[in-house]
Design a protein around this ligand. Structure first.
Ligand code: NJP
Length: 223
């Protein structure tokens, strides 16, 4: 039967590119993000291979309901991609805005936790795979980057999940890109990584033989 992949942040950038590649390689995809119109447009490209699941990652119940609806359709879940995330322009401590920090930690940290919490019971039944979008900024130190600190959380948690998921033959991969040309930035970045590059890394991890754990994948633009 067709394998099923739930993706957060699927309405644009890395999430949308991963959905496209996954469907091309025979997966069924559940597309989760807040922008319902964008999800519907993307799902329409894939026919019955996709399901638009509008919701907010900071809301655990909204993720649980979306995943339940997707699993109803597919019969189970083989993989989940906790990819939704946001950055801040002035992320340093002095420029810090308490409400912006709270919102970013809500999406980049709590949102990832809720995706894991909501998908794990389903993944457990299929020795499933958890993908998390970390960052090059989650493995090195950048002056004042609270965004980077939120991604250090993702890397730390991802490593621990790799251990936890071994108990049921599952795997976890943190995908860590440098700069990618997506809506994450206001300006186009044609010389940097493209979302399709990151999508290929995600599918590489999912396709790897069960004997092979890809715990972290780093991608940096050559420019
Ligand atoms: O950016 P973008 P990316 N609930 O803005 C969704 C990381 N990263 O593809 O809700 C649910 O095109 C948003 O959808 P919507 C980055 O930190 C990037 O580059 O409809 N979804 C959209 O689909 C992030 O973790 C770079 O607005 C929420 C998606 O998230 C991941 O890559 C470098 C949401 C963001 O898509 C994907 O970002 C790096 C919420 N509350 C790591 N809030 C880079 N681009 O250079 C946002 O190292 N979304």
């Amino acid at each position: 039967s067709t394998k099923a992949l739930f993706i957060t942040g699927a309405s644009s950038g890395i999430g949308a590119a991963t959905a496209r590649l996954a469907v091309a390689q025979g997966w069924q995809v559940g597309l989760f993000a807040r922008s319902e119109d964008k999800l519907e447009a993307l799902a329409a490209e894939f026919g019955d291979k996709a399901m638009a699941l509008p919701g907010d990652v900071t809301d655990l119940e909204s993720q649980k309901a979306a995943i339940a609806a997707f699993v109803d359709k597919t019969g189970g879940l083989d993989a989940a991609f906790a990819n939704a995330g946001m950055g801040l322009s002035g992320a340093g401590t002095e420029a810090g805005d308490s409400e912006e920090w709270e919102r970013m930690i809500g999406v980049n940290v709590m949102g990832v936790l809720w995706t894991v919490m909501a998908t794990m019971p389903h993944l457990k039944k299929r020795s499933g795979h958890m993908l998390l979008t970390g960052s090059a900024a989650g493995r090195r130190h950048i002056s004042g980057s609270v965004y980077g600190a939120s991604k250090w959380f993702v890397h730390g948690y991802g490593g621990n999940l790799s251990e936890e998921m071994k108990a049921f033959g599952g795997r976890c991969t943190v995908i860590a890109p440098g700069m990618v040309n997506t809506a994450f930035f206001d300006e186009p970045k044609p010389d940097k990584l493209q979302p399709e590059d990151v999508a290929r890394a995600a599918l590489f991890a999912l396709d790897a033989d069960p004997r092979c754990a890809t715990n972290e994948i780093f991608l940096m633009p050559t420019q």
